[in-house]
Design a protein around this ligand. Structure first.
Ligand code: ZN
Length: 133
């Protein structure tokens, strides 16, 4: 059911600074960069083996990411696990009493179906379920 760690999400003030750092340190360019309107974030993903590190920059003051930055500063935000069926996984977790943030999938970066699970049910980690488009 769980296929791999799809990505680790890190919240930052400036994607431009992250891209410059990766270029200088690792000669690495993002494998994708896009605005995800539903989340009010700009995302750039760097490929590390079979997983990505995704950096998230808010595009609006009322973005959930902007609130995170304000409260906690830059840092790790979530872990995304790749699954075959986000909705099926959500249903199963709900049946087990897990606290969900999203009851059904939304469209995230790279057109993937995504949904978030509350950190209170996941040992303090915000979990994202991700399904290939
Ligand atoms: Zn993510």
């Amino acid at each position: 059911m769980l296929k791999k760690i799809d990505h680790v999400g890190v919240v930052v003030h400036s994607l431009a600074e992250v891209k410059a750092m990766y270029k200088a340190l690792f000669d690495l360019e993002p494998v994708f960069e896009e605005v995800v309107e539903s989340q009010k974030v700009r995302v750039a993903g760097f490929s590390v083996g079979e997983s990505n590190i995704e950096y998230l920059e808010p595009t609006a003051d009322d973005s959930p990411i902007a609130k995170f930055l304000e409260k906690r500063g830059e840092g790790m935000h979530h872990i995304a696990l790749s699954v075959d069926d986000v909705q099926g996984t959500l249903n199963r977790m709900k049946d087990e009493g897990v606290r969900l943030i999203d009851e059904s999938p939304k469209i995230g970066a790279e057109g993937k179906k995504i949904a978030f699970v509350h950190p209170k049910s996941m040992n303090g980690i915000l979990l994202e379920l991700s399904q290939e488009a």
